[in-house]
Design a protein around this ligand. Structure first.
Ligand SMILES: CC(C)(COP(=O)(O)OP(=O)(O)OC[C@H]1O[C@@H](n2cnc3c(N)ncnc32)[C@H](O)[C@@H]1OP(=O)(O)O)[C@@H](O)C(=O)NCCC(=O)NCCS
Length: 148
């Protein structure tokens, strides 16, 4: 991958340093957890979880203290695909999410990843995919249940 600005000035080193520092701060603060799968010392897959406060749903049924997880940086290097690597990392991510008592997981899928998430129980919800981690109250049925 190569990133250029204004038609050719390489910005990759500055971007990488900025991203590394930001990621390190987020991990240190406990707001982000990230997994890397290594083949020897070579990274071959990743997954990350960011913990966010829930935005109150239209129905106002979420408590102020409720938190949700945003799943990102899910990637498996091409030679390692379809061997269960992403599913295994997401299993660890799910354990972590449950240990924090998160209400739900949310993510923006790619065409490649939709089947993976469907298989893990995620459902389409308003342009994202959502996996509820908590049972909805009985009065909350249908698509609204994904809010939980
Ligand atoms: C999507 C991606 C992370 C999947 O990684 P992976 O390690 O190959 O996934 P797994 O082997 O754990 O897949 C588990 C199951 O998910 C489903 N699945 C995964 N990739 C699939 C694909 N391209 N097409 C159809 N089903 C797929 C299958 O059911 C698979 O089980 P199976 O191989 O026994 O049939 C990988 O293809 C990738 O990095 N793609 C590019 C980046 C990307 O799209 N990231 C997602 C961002 S949200």
């Amino acid at each position: 991958m190569r990133i250029v600005k204004d038609g050719g000035i390489p910005e990759e080193a500055a971007l990488r340093a900025g991203l590394e520092a930001r990621f390190a701060r987020s991990i240190a603060s406990g707001k982000v957890a990230a997994w890397l799968c290594l083949d020897g010392s070579r990274p071959v897959a990743s997954a990350a979880l960011r913990i966010d406060p829930c935005r109150p749903g239209a129905a106002g049924r979420l408590a102020a203290a409720d938190r949700e997880g945003y799943v990102f940086s899910v990637y498996t290097a091409a030679p390692f695909r379809r061997q269960g690597v992403a599913a295994a990392l997401l299993g660890l991510l799910l354990e972590e999410a449950r240990s924090h008592g998160l209400v739900r997981l949310r993510l923006h899928p790619t065409d490649d990843s939709r089947p993976l998430y469907l298989g893990l129980g995620f459902a389409d919800f308003r342009g994202t995919m959502v996996l509820p981690l908590r049972d909805p109250p009985r009065r909350c049925l249908g698509p609204r249940s994904a809010l939980y």
